[in-house]
Structure formats: structure tokens, C-alpha cells
Write a protein that binds this ligand. Structure first.
Ligand SMILES: Nc1ncnc2c1ncn2[C@@H]1O[C@H](COP(=O)(O)OP(=O)(O)OP(=O)(O)O)[C@@H](O)[C@H]1O
Ligand SMILES: [Mg+2]
Length: 343
């Protein structure tokens, strides 16, 4: 979605009394929906911070909209016409991440037959988004810190550094303070990243927003299909409002998309959303999603979750729902003796 035009296009209907473009609504930000007081505050903070050049850290549980907010910030910034380059730190193998981010000279890394620019350089003039920044190995964290301090990138194997103009946005669902304490995240990098910090609250702490988002998804779907929107039954509204949504907006979005298929026409009932009013689905304790092992109950939860879901979900999706990296998922599978089922 792009910003609304500043002047009405030719042939636009005349709206009496409307001489200036309307002020941006405070219950949405570039397509993000949120009328709760907590989200209005987030949107206000995001609008203040967007024009800044300073590094931004976005925190929040899985599925709360960190990447979506980062994209909105880019579109609201003076860099909007320049590249937006998202990087998924946990998805890049450790042996390749330095070359991917910073580039490399010919022959400096295995398989580097030609010199190659990294993603930092690809974002020149624009915004670089580092998703899951806590998953970067310490060696790469140090290189990133040097880049932030000097504004210069040195490709792997290069003797000369080159100036690169990018704004960095980083996200994580981890507790970075804890990571700094246990020595797995560089404190200097942490302080450098959080020049601005925005914390996205979990969906269960945004009163009214789950229903707002669900209805906005239904309207958007109806618009795309050029048909009348499906509506939520009174029970479905109540169920959406009451559900804890441990997977936050992503989980809600999946539930609504499933309901659209199942309900086909007319009204959506709680069952279409997978919300059975009589037996609410069991929810892991909130901190189980964030916490690290080992604890017997957590391991039990992990084992049950993996065994129950591995037939239906990809490894990426399982890791995402558990709030861990794919690497951690793999390691835990090995440790607990539940290797990946062969398909
Ligand atoms: N406020 C919102 N209004 C409408 N849709 C939203 C909102 N926040 C997030 N979404 C949608 O929810 C989904 C998940 O958002 P996103 O990928 O940005 O979350 P995330 O915090 O980066 O997740 P993860 O931690 O798993 O990487 C996306 O499809 C996004 O469009
Ligand atoms: Mg994300």
C-alpha cells in the first residue's frame, strides 16, 4: 500500500468541506490495523521515528507485526523510493551469513568465483531490515557493529572499505538484555541498535484489535473478490475477542483465511475459525514461548507440539510457532531424540 496522494486525482468526487487531505487516521498505519490505546501509541511513536536516520529496534513476540511495521517505517521515511532489503538472519547458514551481508572478494570464500556485493550494499540509499538479529553469530555481530560505527562495509577478503548509506532496522522476539547478560549478544551492538526502540504488544494486550483486524481482513478479501464481505456471527466476534492468540496476528490471519474457505458464503461461526466456544484450545504459558530449555515441562511441551504438528507443518512453521530458530529446532530434535520424520 502506498501513501495516499496529496491532491485529489482528476475526476475524483468533490467532498464538501474537505479542502486539505485528511490527517492520517490514528487507528491505522500504512495498512496496519489497531484501534486499541496501546497500538495508537505505537503508531504515534512510529510516525515520530520514521523520518529519523537512527537505527531502530523493533521488539515483540512472533507474529505481532515486526516486519510489517518495519516496511511501514520505510514507506514513511525519506528513503521510500530507495530499496528496502529484508534479511532473515536465522534462515541463512552460519557459514554464509558474512558473505551474504557484507559481500566478498573473488576467491575469498568457498564458491566465490566472482566478487560480490552484500545485502548491506544492495540497500544503498534505502533501508536494511535484519529480522531475528539475535540469531547472528558473535563474529558477525562485531562486523555489523563496525559497520554502524563507521558507515563503511569491508567485503570479506577486501583490503579497502567502502562507504554505504543505509538505515538499519532490526527485529527480534528474544530478550536481548538477557542475551547481553549471558554473553551471546554484544552489549555495544545492543546499545547501538536501540537508539530508537518500539515494542509491539502481543495481540491479547490490544483490546478490540483482534476483531478489528479480522473484520478488516474480511473486507479486504471481499474487495479483492468483488463480492459482499462475510460477517462474523455474534458468537464468533466474542470468541475472537476472547481467544489468547499465542501466535498473535499471524495466527489470527490464518484462522480468518481458513474461515473464509470454510464458511464460503454468509456468516462465520466460531468453529470456522477453529474457535470452539465449549472447549477453548489449550494454550502454552506465555513465557514458554520465549523461554529457553531445559525444563521438564517445556521439553514435554516441545515434544508434544512437534509430534502433533510435524505431519501438517513445515519445519519453518513449527520453529516459528515455538518461537525458536530452525537451528534450535534441529538441535532440540537431536537432543531429545525426535529426529525429523522422513516424508
Ligand atoms: N496491525 C496489523 N494489522 C493487520 N495485519 C497485521 C498487523 N500486524 C501484523 N499483520 C499481519 O500479520 C502477519 C505477521 O506479521 P509480521 O510478519 O510482520 O510479524 P513478525 O512480528 O515479523 O513475525 P515473526 O516474529 O514470526 O517474524 C503478516 O501477514 C502481517 O501482514
Ligand atoms: Mg518477522
Amino acid at each position: 500500500l502506498s501513501a495516499p496522494p496529496l491532491s485529489a486525482p482528476p475526476g475524483a468526487p468533490f467532498l464538501p468541506g474537505l479542502s486539505a487531505p485528511p490527517a492520517p487516521a490514528d487507528d491505522e498505519l500504512e495498512g496496519m490495523v489497531g484501534g486499541s490505546a496501546t497500538m495508537r501509541e505505537v503508531f504515534a511513536q512510529a510516525r515520530r521515528v520514521a523520518p529519523s536516520e537512527a537505527t531502530l529496534l523493533i521488539l515483540g513476540e512472533g507474529g505481532t507485526g515486526k516486519e510489517t511495521l518495519a516496511r511501514a517505517m520505510h514507506r514513511l521515511s525519506p528513503r521510500r523510493h530507495r530499496p528496502f532489503v529484508p534479511v532473515y538472519c536465522e534462515a541463512i547458514p552460519e557459514t554464509r551469513i558474512e558473505g551474504e551481508l557484507f559481500g566478498c572478494e573473488r576467491g575469498a570464500l568457498p564458491g566465490a568465483h566472482t566478487a560480490r556485493a552484500g545485502l548491506c550494499e544492495a540497500a544503498e540509499g534505502g533501508t536494511l531490515l535484519l529480522n531475528d538479529v539475535a540469531e547472528l553469530p558473535t563474529r558477525v555481530q562485531a562486523r555489523l557493529l563496525r559497520f554502524l560505527q563507521t558507515g563503511e562495509v569491508r567485503r570479506v577478503g577486501a583490503s579497502r572499505a567502502r562507504h554505504v548509506d543505509v538505515r538499519l532496522i532490526a527485529t527480534t522476539h528474544r530478550d536481548l538484555v538477557q542475551r547481553v547478560r549471558d554473553g551471546s549478544f554484544l552489549s555495544d551492538l545492543y546499545f547501538r541498535l536501540r537508539l530508537h526502540e518500539i515494542r509491539l504488544p502481543p495481540l491479547r494486550q490490544r483490546p478490540g484489535d483482534a476483531v478489528r483486524i479480522a473484520e478488516s481482513l474480511l473486507r479486504r478479501h471481499a474487495w479483492a473478490m468483488a463480492q459482499a464481505p462475510l460477517t462474523l456471527s455474534a458468537e464468533a466476534r466474542a470468541a475472537v475477542a476472547a481467544a489468547p492468540w499465542p501466535g498473535n496476528v499471524r495466527e489470527l490471519e490464518n484462522a480468518v483465511h481458513r474461515a473464509i474457505v470454510l464458511a464460503e458464503r454468509g456468516e462465520i461461526a466460531p468453529a470456522h475459525l477453529g474457535l470452539d466456544a465449549s472447549s477453548p484450545p489449550p494454550v502454552p504459558p506465555a513465557d514458554a514461548l520465549e523461554a529457553e530449555p531445559p525444563s521438564d515441562s517445556l521439553e514435554g511441551y516441545f515434544r508434544r507440539f512437534v509430534l502433533e504438528h510435524q505431519a501438517a507443518l513445515t519445519e519453518t512453521e513449527i520453529a516459528r510457532r515455538l518461537g525458536i530458530s530452525r537451528k534450535t529446532l534441529w538441535e532440540r530434535r537431536q537432543r531429545l531424540g525426535i529426529p525429523r520424520a522422513r516424508s
